[in-house]
Write a protein that binds this ligand. Structure first.
Ligand SMILES: [Zn+2]
Length: 361
């Protein structure tokens, strides 16, 4: 069965982490534990490479540009640009990585409904010799130099923007901060709507999300976002926002970062074993969205599995991203039908982009 992952930071891994994603997971882990790299805790514990994506049936995903301004409290300072010009340049560098892999036949860049339909047809069973497909997104709008520049980014192939990341961006308050949009935030959203750029609300602070949903009328998604009712932290979506997103036709991708899955996780201390985080815990978040919606049309996958952590911070029964397909059986054991599983695996995202790109609300 085809799986659609709504959040992978592939270029950031390839460039900032210097990982050759065409290698096997075992080879990258071996290289990173043989003394060459020891800068991050997640070294030697990565879970995402192209062979594992293919093995897992991930024929399509949203891939990010992630180049943000310096934040002194973030250690190590892995997203560290002193100004937006540098972030802009870095985002272009990351885009060049996707272009290089497209030229080499590993990736297919999907920018419209025709390309989406053709790609999904080739990958409908989850097994294909075709390239892996990606839709380009920007996590944190720091590389958008001014709101007008949204149109240039759209022409470059960007289709989704999340205005903020951890901390603040020039446009909005994000994760771990309290506040709304900054003055350029509204113009950014206005230009995004004009351009047909999709809004990703993930990482927006509560007030910023309220304001963004008020002033932006285009299609909305939450790429990698769990439920605050299950893990009480501002990074997660409260039920009122989940309901609001559902009423807007949004799809919500559940993330596999352990601290967002199980309550009481202490970063740097807890382990998947001590916090008892399993793929069943992950399914709890997907199920919560379905229960609030009263259907299975809005829940989906947005793993974030290469988002700066590895197996030290993922469910204990996950070794690589290819293990995500295990949730099919867990969902079925809870009464979900084959059709429901297919929708959660990929159908809901495909349907979302078909509608968003056809201009249907
Ligand atoms: Zn993120």
């Amino acid at each position: 069965m085809l799986i659609f992952d709504a959040h992978l930071d592939l270029a950031w891994n390839a460039i900032d982490w210097n990982r050759d994603l065409l290698l096997s997971v075992e080879e990258i882990r071996r290289l990173e534990t043989s003394g060459r790299e020891s800068d991050f805790k997640a070294r030697g514990r990565g879970t995402v490479t192209f062979p594992e994506l293919r093995k897992g049936g991930f024929g399509i995903f949203i891939a990010t540009l992630l180049a943000r301004l310096f934040r002194p409290d973030l250690k190590p300072p892995i997203q560290r640009f002193a100004n937006m010009n540098s972030a802009y340049a870095c985002a272009h560098g990351q885009m060049a990585y996707y272009i290089a892999l497209e030229k080499a036949g590993h990736l297919r860049w999907i920018k419209d409904v025709a390309a989406l339909d053709k790609h999904v047809e080739a990958w409908k069973t989850g097994v294909s010799s075709d390239p892996l497909g990606f839709i380009l997104s920007m996590e944190g709008a720091d590389p958008v130099l001014d709101p007008e520049q949204v149109h240039e980014w759209y022409a470059n192939g960007l289709r989704i923007i999340g205005p903020s990341h951890y901390g603040v961006s020039p446009y909005a308050h994000g994760t771990g901060t309290v506040g709304g949009l900054f003055p350029p935030g509204k113009p950014l959203l206005r230009e995004m709507e004009k351009a047909g750029m999709i809004l990703d609300v993930t990482h927006l602070a509560d007030q910023a999300m309220d304001e963004a949903l008020d002033c932006y009328g285009g299609p909305v998604l939450a790429s990698h976002h769990n439920c605050r009712a299950l893990v009480d932290d501002q990074r997660q979506l409260p039920d009122r926002h989940i309901k609001q997103l559902i009423s807007r036709g949004a799809v919500i991708g559940s993330a596999l970062d352990a601290w967002m899955l199980a309550p009481g996780w202490v970063r740097g201390e807890s382990t998947p074993q001590s916090a008892n985080v399993t793929m069943a815990t992950y399914v709890d978040h997907i199920d919560h969205v379905c229960q609030l919606a009263g259907n299975t049309n809005h829940a989906a996958i947005g793993t974030d599995l290469d988002g700066g952590f590895g197996t030290e911070q993922t469910p204990m029964d996950l070794n690589t991203i290819s293990d995500v397909r295990k949730i099919g059986d867990i969902l079925k054991s809870r009464g979900y039908t084959d059709t429901d599983v297919e929708k959660i695996f990929s159908g809901n995202w495909i349907n979302f982009f078909r509608k968003a790109w056809s201009g249907k609300k």
